[in-house]
Design a protein around this ligand. Structure first.
Ligand code: PMT
Length: 400
Protein backbone atom coordinates (compact mmCIF):
# COMPACT_ATOMS: atom_id res chain seq x y z
CA UNK A 1 0.00 0.00 0.00
CA UNK A 2 1.27 3.51 -0.87
CA UNK A 3 1.03 4.74 2.72
CA UNK A 4 3.49 7.59 2.11
CA UNK A 5 2.17 8.98 -1.16
CA UNK A 6 2.62 12.78 -1.36
CA UNK A 7 5.14 12.66 1.48
CA UNK A 8 8.55 14.22 0.93
CA UNK A 9 11.38 12.72 2.94
CA UNK A 10 14.82 14.25 3.13
CA UNK A 11 17.16 11.47 4.21
CA UNK A 12 20.40 12.61 5.82
CA UNK A 13 23.24 10.11 5.96
CA UNK A 14 26.22 10.54 8.26
CA UNK A 15 29.46 8.57 8.53
CA UNK A 16 28.87 5.08 9.88
CA UNK A 17 28.84 1.49 8.72
CA UNK A 18 25.03 1.49 9.06
CA UNK A 19 24.93 3.79 5.99
CA UNK A 20 24.51 0.65 3.88
CA UNK A 21 21.12 0.01 5.58
CA UNK A 22 19.95 3.42 4.37
CA UNK A 23 20.14 2.25 0.77
CA UNK A 24 17.40 -0.27 1.63
CA UNK A 25 15.53 2.47 3.50
CA UNK A 26 15.48 4.67 0.36
CA UNK A 27 14.05 1.73 -1.58
CA UNK A 28 11.36 1.01 1.03
CA UNK A 29 10.35 4.67 1.37
CA UNK A 30 9.95 5.00 -2.39
CA UNK A 31 8.01 1.74 -2.55
CA UNK A 32 5.66 3.17 0.10
CA UNK A 33 5.02 6.17 -2.17
CA UNK A 34 7.36 8.79 -0.68
CA UNK A 35 9.52 11.17 -2.69
CA UNK A 36 13.03 10.89 -1.32
CA UNK A 37 16.03 13.21 -1.58
CA UNK A 38 19.34 12.27 -0.01
CA UNK A 39 21.93 14.47 1.70
CA UNK A 40 25.30 13.01 2.74
CA UNK A 41 27.93 14.38 5.09
CA UNK A 42 31.54 14.25 3.89
CA UNK A 43 32.33 11.27 6.16
CA UNK A 44 29.24 9.35 4.98
CA UNK A 45 30.83 9.27 1.54
CA UNK A 46 33.74 7.30 3.00
CA UNK A 47 31.29 4.44 3.58
CA UNK A 48 28.92 4.48 0.58
CA UNK A 49 29.18 6.29 -2.77
CA UNK A 50 26.53 8.98 -3.44
CA UNK A 51 25.82 7.22 -6.72
CA UNK A 52 24.16 4.36 -4.81
CA UNK A 53 21.51 6.66 -3.33
CA UNK A 54 21.21 8.61 -6.58
CA UNK A 55 20.36 5.40 -8.43
CA UNK A 56 17.83 4.37 -5.77
CA UNK A 57 16.17 7.76 -5.25
CA UNK A 58 16.25 8.85 -8.87
CA UNK A 59 17.61 12.26 -7.83
CA UNK A 60 21.01 13.82 -7.45
CA UNK A 61 22.49 13.44 -3.98
CA UNK A 62 23.39 16.62 -2.11
CA UNK A 63 26.83 16.43 -0.60
CA UNK A 64 28.05 19.89 0.24
CA UNK A 65 26.71 23.25 1.19
CA UNK A 66 28.07 25.17 -1.78
CA UNK A 67 26.89 22.45 -4.13
CA UNK A 68 23.35 23.00 -2.89
CA UNK A 69 23.74 26.79 -3.12
CA UNK A 70 24.83 26.39 -6.72
CA UNK A 71 21.66 24.47 -7.54
CA UNK A 72 19.30 27.34 -8.19
CA UNK A 73 16.34 24.93 -8.14
CA UNK A 74 16.97 23.93 -4.53
CA UNK A 75 19.34 25.82 -2.24
CA UNK A 76 19.80 24.61 1.31
CA UNK A 77 16.98 26.69 2.73
CA UNK A 78 14.63 25.44 0.06
CA UNK A 79 15.70 21.85 0.63
CA UNK A 80 14.87 22.24 4.31
CA UNK A 81 11.48 23.73 3.42
CA UNK A 82 10.77 21.13 0.76
CA UNK A 83 10.55 18.11 3.04
CA UNK A 84 7.75 16.89 5.31
CA UNK A 85 10.29 15.01 7.40
CA UNK A 86 14.06 15.25 7.71
CA UNK A 87 15.36 11.87 8.86
CA UNK A 88 19.04 11.45 9.72
CA UNK A 89 19.84 7.73 9.48
CA UNK A 90 22.42 6.76 10.50
CA UNK A 91 23.10 9.58 12.94
CA UNK A 92 26.65 9.24 14.31
CA UNK A 93 27.74 10.32 17.80
CA UNK A 94 29.75 13.16 16.23
CA UNK A 95 26.74 14.36 14.23
CA UNK A 96 24.40 14.26 17.25
CA UNK A 97 26.93 16.25 19.29
CA UNK A 98 27.29 18.90 16.59
CA UNK A 99 23.55 19.00 15.98
CA UNK A 100 22.92 19.54 19.67
CA UNK A 101 25.53 22.32 19.78
CA UNK A 102 23.96 24.03 16.76
CA UNK A 103 26.95 23.60 14.40
CA UNK A 104 26.39 24.26 10.71
CA UNK A 105 29.68 23.28 9.11
CA UNK A 106 28.21 20.87 6.58
CA UNK A 107 25.06 20.81 4.48
CA UNK A 108 23.16 18.29 6.61
CA UNK A 109 23.82 20.20 9.85
CA UNK A 110 22.68 23.39 8.13
CA UNK A 111 19.48 21.68 7.04
CA UNK A 112 18.82 20.47 10.58
CA UNK A 113 19.07 24.05 11.78
CA UNK A 114 16.97 25.40 8.93
CA UNK A 115 14.22 22.75 9.01
CA UNK A 116 10.87 23.89 10.35
CA UNK A 117 9.29 20.47 9.81
CA UNK A 118 9.89 17.43 12.00
CA UNK A 119 13.44 16.18 12.33
CA UNK A 120 14.09 12.56 13.32
CA UNK A 121 17.39 10.84 14.05
CA UNK A 122 18.29 7.15 14.06
CA UNK A 123 21.46 6.88 16.15
CA UNK A 124 24.07 4.32 15.15
CA UNK A 125 27.36 3.87 16.92
CA UNK A 126 29.48 1.61 19.12
CA UNK A 127 27.67 0.64 22.35
CA UNK A 128 30.28 2.33 24.54
CA UNK A 129 29.93 5.56 22.56
CA UNK A 130 26.13 5.35 22.89
CA UNK A 131 26.37 4.73 26.64
CA UNK A 132 28.77 7.66 27.14
CA UNK A 133 27.11 10.41 29.21
CA UNK A 134 28.11 12.98 26.56
CA UNK A 135 26.08 11.15 23.89
CA UNK A 136 23.21 10.52 26.29
CA UNK A 137 23.14 14.20 27.24
CA UNK A 138 23.16 15.25 23.56
CA UNK A 139 20.27 12.92 22.73
CA UNK A 140 18.32 14.02 25.80
CA UNK A 141 18.68 17.66 24.87
CA UNK A 142 17.78 17.05 21.23
CA UNK A 143 14.66 15.12 22.33
CA UNK A 144 13.75 18.00 24.64
CA UNK A 145 13.87 20.24 21.55
CA UNK A 146 11.33 17.98 19.78
CA UNK A 147 13.87 16.04 17.71
CA UNK A 148 12.40 12.55 17.32
CA UNK A 149 14.81 9.77 18.32
CA UNK A 150 14.27 6.33 16.77
CA UNK A 151 16.37 3.60 18.34
CA UNK A 152 19.06 2.52 18.65
CA UNK A 153 18.49 -1.23 18.79
CA UNK A 154 20.50 -3.68 20.85
CA UNK A 155 22.53 -6.52 19.46
CA UNK A 156 25.77 -7.52 17.81
CA UNK A 157 27.69 -4.63 16.31
CA UNK A 158 29.96 -4.36 13.29
CA UNK A 159 32.94 -3.87 15.64
CA UNK A 160 32.14 -7.16 17.45
CA UNK A 161 30.71 -5.53 20.60
CA UNK A 162 27.25 -6.42 21.81
CA UNK A 163 24.87 -3.81 23.22
CA UNK A 164 22.72 -0.80 22.40
CA UNK A 165 23.88 1.26 19.43
CA UNK A 166 22.77 -0.54 16.27
CA UNK A 167 20.72 1.52 13.86
CA UNK A 168 17.13 0.26 13.59
CA UNK A 169 16.58 -1.93 10.55
CA UNK A 170 15.27 -0.21 7.43
CA UNK A 171 11.85 -1.88 7.80
CA UNK A 172 11.53 -0.60 11.37
CA UNK A 173 12.46 2.91 10.30
CA UNK A 174 9.86 2.70 7.53
CA UNK A 175 7.28 1.65 10.15
CA UNK A 176 8.25 4.65 12.29
CA UNK A 177 7.99 7.04 9.34
CA UNK A 178 4.55 5.64 8.46
CA UNK A 179 3.41 5.97 12.07
CA UNK A 180 4.78 9.50 12.18
CA UNK A 181 2.37 10.50 9.43
CA UNK A 182 -0.58 8.42 10.60
CA UNK A 183 -0.23 7.83 14.33
CA UNK A 184 -1.25 4.41 15.66
CA UNK A 185 -4.27 3.76 17.83
CA UNK A 186 -2.07 3.19 20.89
CA UNK A 187 0.18 6.24 20.48
CA UNK A 188 1.35 7.40 23.91
CA UNK A 189 0.06 4.25 25.62
CA UNK A 190 2.36 2.24 27.91
CA UNK A 191 1.57 -1.42 27.40
CA UNK A 192 2.94 -3.96 29.86
CA UNK A 193 2.92 -7.55 28.65
CA UNK A 194 3.89 -10.96 30.00
CA UNK A 195 4.85 -13.78 27.65
CA UNK A 196 6.31 -17.25 27.58
CA UNK A 197 6.46 -19.89 30.29
CA UNK A 198 7.89 -19.72 33.79
CA UNK A 199 10.33 -22.22 35.30
CA UNK A 200 9.91 -23.38 38.85
CA UNK A 201 13.12 -24.89 40.19
CA UNK A 202 13.13 -28.39 41.69
CA UNK A 203 16.87 -28.34 42.22
CA UNK A 204 19.74 -26.47 40.46
CA UNK A 205 19.28 -28.49 37.24
CA UNK A 206 15.59 -29.43 37.12
CA UNK A 207 12.44 -27.39 36.87
CA UNK A 208 8.69 -27.51 36.26
CA UNK A 209 7.54 -25.58 33.20
CA UNK A 210 5.10 -25.74 30.29
CA UNK A 211 4.98 -25.67 26.50
CA UNK A 212 4.56 -21.92 25.99
CA UNK A 213 6.98 -20.74 23.28
CA UNK A 214 6.35 -17.01 23.77
CA UNK A 215 5.29 -16.66 20.11
CA UNK A 216 1.83 -15.29 20.91
CA UNK A 217 3.11 -12.74 23.44
CA UNK A 218 5.99 -11.59 21.22
CA UNK A 219 3.57 -11.15 18.30
CA UNK A 220 1.37 -9.01 20.57
CA UNK A 221 4.40 -6.88 21.47
CA UNK A 222 5.12 -6.29 17.75
CA UNK A 223 1.48 -5.51 16.95
CA UNK A 224 1.18 -3.09 19.87
CA UNK A 225 4.35 -1.23 18.84
CA UNK A 226 3.04 -1.00 15.29
CA UNK A 227 0.04 0.87 16.76
CA UNK A 228 2.40 3.24 18.57
CA UNK A 229 2.43 1.72 22.08
CA UNK A 230 5.56 1.78 24.26
CA UNK A 231 5.90 -1.87 25.15
CA UNK A 232 7.53 -3.40 28.22
CA UNK A 233 7.73 -7.15 27.75
CA UNK A 234 8.30 -9.32 30.81
CA UNK A 235 9.26 -12.65 29.34
CA UNK A 236 9.91 -16.11 30.68
CA UNK A 237 12.67 -18.18 29.03
CA UNK A 238 12.04 -18.47 25.29
CA UNK A 239 14.23 -18.86 22.24
CA UNK A 240 12.90 -15.83 20.38
CA UNK A 241 14.76 -12.63 19.51
CA UNK A 242 13.71 -9.61 21.55
CA UNK A 243 11.17 -7.55 19.56
CA UNK A 244 13.13 -4.48 18.40
CA UNK A 245 11.88 -1.37 20.12
CA UNK A 246 10.34 -3.15 23.12
CA UNK A 247 11.81 -2.97 26.58
CA UNK A 248 12.55 -6.59 27.43
CA UNK A 249 12.79 -7.83 31.03
CA UNK A 250 13.81 -11.49 31.12
CA UNK A 251 12.75 -13.60 34.09
CA UNK A 252 12.57 -17.28 34.98
CA UNK A 253 10.17 -18.01 37.81
CA UNK A 254 6.61 -16.86 38.50
CA UNK A 255 7.88 -14.95 41.53
CA UNK A 256 10.44 -13.08 39.38
CA UNK A 257 7.70 -12.36 36.81
CA UNK A 258 5.45 -11.00 39.55
CA UNK A 259 8.25 -8.80 40.94
CA UNK A 260 9.12 -7.42 37.48
CA UNK A 261 5.47 -6.75 36.63
CA UNK A 262 4.78 -5.02 39.93
CA UNK A 263 7.79 -2.73 39.42
CA UNK A 264 6.30 -1.59 36.09
CA UNK A 265 2.57 -1.72 36.84
CA UNK A 266 2.18 1.85 38.09
CA UNK A 267 3.45 3.16 34.72
CA UNK A 268 1.20 0.90 32.65
CA UNK A 269 -1.99 2.00 30.90
CA UNK A 270 -2.73 -1.48 29.56
CA UNK A 271 -1.62 -4.84 30.99
CA UNK A 272 -1.81 -7.95 28.81
CA UNK A 273 -1.06 -11.24 30.60
CA UNK A 274 -0.21 -13.73 27.87
CA UNK A 275 2.33 -15.73 29.85
CA UNK A 276 1.60 -19.29 30.85
CA UNK A 277 2.52 -18.79 34.49
CA UNK A 278 3.06 -21.84 36.62
CA UNK A 279 0.24 -22.01 39.16
CA UNK A 280 2.49 -23.89 41.60
CA UNK A 281 6.13 -23.92 42.66
CA UNK A 282 8.12 -26.47 44.60
CA UNK A 283 7.85 -25.64 48.29
CA UNK A 284 11.56 -25.94 49.05
CA UNK A 285 13.73 -26.22 45.95
CA UNK A 286 16.79 -28.36 46.76
CA UNK A 287 20.10 -26.47 46.96
CA UNK A 288 22.01 -29.43 45.52
CA UNK A 289 21.12 -31.79 42.69
CA UNK A 290 18.70 -34.43 43.99
CA UNK A 291 20.23 -37.90 43.77
CA UNK A 292 18.30 -40.78 42.30
CA UNK A 293 17.28 -43.51 44.74
CA UNK A 294 15.17 -46.66 44.49
CA UNK A 295 12.33 -45.07 46.42
CA UNK A 296 9.47 -43.15 44.87
CA UNK A 297 9.59 -39.46 45.62
CA UNK A 298 7.03 -36.71 45.92
CA UNK A 299 7.31 -32.96 45.63
CA UNK A 300 5.28 -30.58 47.73
CA UNK A 301 3.90 -27.82 45.56
CA UNK A 302 2.61 -24.51 46.86
CA UNK A 303 0.47 -21.94 45.04
CA UNK A 304 2.12 -19.02 43.24
CA UNK A 305 0.55 -15.59 43.51
CA UNK A 306 -1.65 -14.73 40.55
CA UNK A 307 0.13 -11.88 38.72
CA UNK A 308 -2.87 -10.74 36.72
CA UNK A 309 -5.22 -10.74 39.71
CA UNK A 310 -2.62 -8.81 41.75
CA UNK A 311 -2.37 -6.11 39.05
CA UNK A 312 -6.13 -5.87 38.56
CA UNK A 313 -6.57 -5.41 42.32
CA UNK A 314 -4.34 -2.31 42.36
CA UNK A 315 -6.05 0.92 43.34
CA UNK A 316 -4.80 2.66 40.20
CA UNK A 317 -5.00 -0.26 37.84
CA UNK A 318 -4.26 -0.45 34.12
CA UNK A 319 -6.80 -1.79 31.60
CA UNK A 320 -6.35 -5.53 32.25
CA UNK A 321 -6.45 -8.20 29.54
CA UNK A 322 -6.08 -11.86 30.47
CA UNK A 323 -5.64 -15.02 28.44
CA UNK A 324 -7.24 -18.38 29.05
CA UNK A 325 -5.96 -21.51 27.36
CA UNK A 326 -8.60 -24.16 27.63
CA UNK A 327 -9.18 -27.63 26.22
CA UNK A 328 -12.95 -27.65 26.88
CA UNK A 329 -15.87 -25.37 27.86
CA UNK A 330 -13.80 -22.42 26.63
CA UNK A 331 -16.48 -19.76 27.04
CA UNK A 332 -17.60 -20.84 30.49
CA UNK A 333 -14.05 -21.01 31.91
CA UNK A 334 -12.98 -17.76 30.23
CA UNK A 335 -15.95 -15.82 31.58
CA UNK A 336 -15.35 -17.26 35.05
CA UNK A 337 -11.70 -16.14 34.90
CA UNK A 338 -12.70 -12.64 33.74
CA UNK A 339 -14.99 -12.40 36.75
CA UNK A 340 -12.62 -13.92 39.34
CA UNK A 341 -9.65 -11.82 38.25
CA UNK A 342 -11.71 -8.65 37.69
CA UNK A 343 -10.57 -8.19 34.09
CA UNK A 344 -11.63 -5.75 31.39
CA UNK A 345 -11.12 -8.34 28.69
CA UNK A 346 -10.15 -11.98 28.27
CA UNK A 347 -8.84 -13.79 25.19
CA UNK A 348 -9.67 -17.47 25.29
CA UNK A 349 -7.86 -19.93 23.10
CA UNK A 350 -8.90 -23.50 22.60
CA UNK A 351 -5.64 -25.40 22.65
CA UNK A 352 -5.07 -28.32 20.31
CA UNK A 353 -5.97 -28.61 16.61
CA UNK A 354 -2.86 -26.62 15.72
CA UNK A 355 -3.69 -23.66 17.99
CA UNK A 356 -2.34 -22.34 21.27
CA UNK A 357 0.92 -23.54 22.81
CA UNK A 358 4.07 -23.84 20.65
CA UNK A 359 2.44 -23.62 17.22
CA UNK A 360 2.60 -20.64 14.86
CA UNK A 361 -1.19 -20.38 14.79
CA UNK A 362 -3.95 -19.46 17.16
CA UNK A 363 -7.65 -18.62 17.31
CA UNK A 364 -9.29 -16.58 20.00
CA UNK A 365 -12.70 -15.94 21.46
CA UNK A 366 -12.39 -12.52 23.06
CA UNK A 367 -14.83 -11.44 25.77
CA UNK A 368 -15.35 -8.12 27.50
CA UNK A 369 -18.11 -6.96 29.82
CA UNK A 370 -20.55 -6.00 27.06
CA UNK A 371 -19.49 -8.05 24.11
CA UNK A 372 -17.45 -10.71 22.41
CA UNK A 373 -15.59 -11.23 19.16
CA UNK A 374 -14.11 -14.22 17.39
CA UNK A 375 -10.61 -13.98 15.95
CA UNK A 376 -10.46 -16.77 13.41
CA UNK A 377 -7.66 -19.32 13.11
CA UNK A 378 -4.62 -17.53 11.60
CA UNK A 379 -0.90 -17.00 12.08
CA UNK A 380 -0.07 -15.51 15.48
CA UNK A 381 1.03 -12.19 13.90
CA UNK A 382 -2.41 -11.73 12.33
CA UNK A 383 -4.21 -12.87 15.49
CA UNK A 384 -2.11 -10.41 17.52
CA UNK A 385 -2.91 -7.58 15.10
CA UNK A 386 -6.66 -8.18 15.42
CA UNK A 387 -6.43 -8.54 19.19
CA UNK A 388 -4.48 -5.27 19.51
CA UNK A 389 -7.11 -3.50 17.35
CA UNK A 390 -9.77 -4.77 19.73
CA UNK A 391 -7.77 -3.82 22.83
CA UNK A 392 -7.22 -0.31 21.39
CA UNK A 393 -10.95 0.02 20.73
CA UNK A 394 -12.04 -1.19 24.19
CA UNK A 395 -9.27 0.70 26.02
CA UNK A 396 -10.22 3.96 24.27
CA UNK A 397 -13.89 3.33 25.07
CA UNK A 398 -12.99 2.77 28.73
CA UNK A 399 -11.49 6.28 28.91
CA UNK A 400 -14.65 7.98 27.64
O1 PMT B 1 3.55 -18.94 24.07
P1 PMT B 1 2.82 -19.64 22.94
O2 PMT B 1 3.44 -20.98 22.62
O3 PMT B 1 2.67 -18.76 21.72
O4 PMT B 1 1.36 -19.97 23.45
C1 PMT B 1 0.47 -18.94 23.79
C2 PMT B 1 -0.38 -19.30 25.00
C3 PMT B 1 -1.26 -20.50 24.65
C4 PMT B 1 0.50 -19.64 26.21
C5 PMT B 1 -1.24 -18.03 25.33
O5 PMT B 1 -2.04 -17.72 24.22
C6 PMT B 1 -2.15 -18.25 26.53
O6 PMT B 1 -3.26 -18.73 26.40
N1 PMT B 1 -1.67 -17.88 27.75
C7 PMT B 1 -2.39 -18.12 29.00
C8 PMT B 1 -2.16 -19.53 29.44
C9 PMT B 1 -3.08 -20.01 30.55
O7 PMT B 1 -3.57 -21.08 30.53
O8 PMT B 1 -3.30 -19.18 31.45
P2 PMT B 1 -4.13 -19.57 32.83
O9 PMT B 1 -5.47 -20.04 32.50
O10 PMT B 1 -3.24 -20.40 33.69
O11 PMT B 1 -4.21 -18.14 33.46
C10 PMT B 1 -5.20 -17.18 33.11
C11 PMT B 1 -4.58 -15.82 33.06
O12 PMT B 1 -3.97 -15.48 34.30
C12 PMT B 1 -3.49 -15.68 32.01
O13 PMT B 1 -3.62 -14.39 31.47
C13 PMT B 1 -2.20 -15.81 32.81
O14 PMT B 1 -1.12 -15.08 32.23
C14 PMT B 1 -2.59 -15.20 34.15
N2 PMT B 1 -1.89 -15.78 35.31
C15 PMT B 1 -2.04 -17.09 35.66
C16 PMT B 1 -1.40 -17.57 36.77
C17 PMT B 1 -0.58 -16.73 37.53
N3 PMT B 1 0.06 -17.14 38.63
N4 PMT B 1 -0.45 -15.45 37.18
C18 PMT B 1 -1.08 -14.96 36.07
O15 PMT B 1 -0.92 -13.76 35.74
Amino acid sequence: MQTLSNKKILLGITGGIAAYKSAELVRLLIKAGAEVRVVMTPSAQEFVQPLTYQALSGHRVYVDLFDAEADSAMDHIELARWCDLLLVAPASADFLGKMNAGYADNLLLTLCLAAKQSVAVAPAMNQQMWANPATQENVKQLAARQVIVWGPAEGEQACGDVGAGRMLEAAQLLDNVQRHFSPGRLEGVNLLLTAGPTREAIDPVRYISNRSSGKMGYAIAEAAMRQGASVTLVSGPVSLAAPAGARLISVESAQQMLDAVMQQASEADVFVACAAVSDYRVDQAAQQKIKKSDAAMSLKLVLNDDILATVSALERRPFCVGFAAETQDVEQYALAKMEQKNLDMIAANRVGDGSGFETDFNQLEVFWRAGRQTIEHAGKAEVAKQLIDLIAERYTASLA
